[in-house]
Design a protein around this ligand. Sequence first.
Ligand SMILES: Cc1cc2nc3c(=O)[nH]c(=O)nc-3n(C[C@H](O)[C@H](O)[C@H](O)COP(=O)(O)OP(=O)(O)OC[C@H]3O[C@@H](n4cnc5c(N)ncnc54)[C@H](O)[C@@H]3O)c2cc1C
Ligand code: SF4
Length: 469
Amino acid sequence: MAEKKEIIPKKHPMPVQDPRERIRNFNEVALGYDEETAVAEAKRCLQCKKEPCRQGCPVEVDIPAFIRMVAERDFEGAIKKIKEKNALPAVCGRVCPQENQCEKYCTLGKKHEPVAIGRLERFCADWELARGVFPQEVAPPTGFKVAVVGSGPAGLTCAADLAKLGHKVTVFEALHVPGGVLMYGIPEFRLPKRVVQAEIDNLRNLGVEIVTNAVVGKFATVDELMEEEGYDAVFIGTGAGLPYFMNIPGENSCGVYSANEFLTRVNLMKAYLFPAWDTPIKVGRKVAVIGGGNVAMDAARTALRLGAEESWIVYRRTEKEMPARHEEVENAKEEGIKFAFLTNPVRILADEHGWVKGMECLRYELGEPDESGRRRPVPIPGSEFIMEVDTVVVAIGQAPNPLVPRTTRGLEIGKKGNIVADPATGATSKPGVFAGGDVVTGAATVILAMGAGRIAARSIHAYLMSKKA
Ligand SMILES: Cc1cc2nc3c(=O)[nH]c(=O)nc-3n(C[C@H](O)[C@H](O)[C@H](O)COP(=O)(O)OP(=O)(O)OC[C@H]3O[C@@H](n4cnc5c(N)ncnc54)[C@H](O)[C@@H]3O)c2cc1C
Ligand code: SF4
């Protein structure tokens, strides 16, 4: 009879920077497993025959196989196995909400803590990046040209898959650096930019050309790319970068930022290194971030690192309804972020020079569940109070970027400005044009965007091959 495997109930902890230290720098908070810890964690895996963890991974990584290789110390084999399916493992290992994906389905997780699949993926990817990157196989050229619009996780995944299949891929990116939210949104202390750039360089090695400072819809439309520039197919992955505002009085005061602007200044333009870098940022003593998602958490933690004495999350529901990842909320709490739940501003107050000096807020209570399934926040009449703050960051969500949908003929657009695409194929209403990621779903996650990029690449390949036949 086979020997019964000893169960280790808890994940091996990952070392982190001390909260007192890390609020004074932008270095990565989580420090990653070393080889011994990774091997020990990999040995917790039960190697289940039915592989339930795989069902939870939108890009279908062969999780048990790569974990087995880590347990056997075959780290090179492990990263190659991951990369068969995932073009950005160092990114995913850091920012995926594994608790709602692979780890949610892990057999061990039913009674104990699941295997730390995300930490092991990160370990393998970092192990490779520390040694340079192993070359991947590319099929012989097919002669087809594909344009990818947007270089976020959706566009990059689609580009990588198409390049591996032998197509000539050009990525057009509006900003001066590729990576999308990975570069301008998610802060350095959660996702170091050198890691993102290393993974993007890896795509260049597959032959993908990336053209930056190229706003599709301005220098050329999607129609022009296809009709005049000779692209045989187009993938649109332009994301959801248009911030929502609250539309309350005083919102145009100085010191009110959208989270998008606030984080772009800090992450992409390195305003935290001003004046060595020339983009400035002004953060006061007391900062309020409105919202309860990952974006709000990132902005509040960034404000603290920029020297704010107090950084508040102001959220109209309770902690239970917050969409942010549990781990990020815990990290924020450790760092001293303060939370004002069941609270929402109705007016921003400014001084005689137009600078924010406070917010008039209302207190809320929870009513019946709404269409999202979460209990609806209901304002309590007469509960007005003033919160004294000198900086406000609005992080209540983003809509799809409108330029490409508006300038492409024959593209069906949804109610929220999203591009309508078949979730099973990524096909839009326009032949040869495919779309995926946040521009289709609205603001979602990195791995879902990557999954959509992969599905579209498969369909684009089939579409191109049928043209050849
Ligand atoms: C602050 C923040 C924190 C987040 N944290 C997490 C997290 O921890 N985990 C997680 O899974 N998800 C997180 N997300 C969500 C995740 O980043 C997005 O769901 C994901 O990046 C979407 O990928 P995408 O490729 O669809 O779009 P994006 O990443 O938005 O990329 C779109 C790209 O297209 C470019 N573009 C737009 N219009 C044009 C045009 N006309 N021409 C050329 N290029 C164009 C943009 O400049 C951008 O580079 C976070 C988002 C934000 C904003
Ligand atoms: S479900 Fe968990 S224990 Fe089972 S193979 Fe996947 S990671 Fe290992």
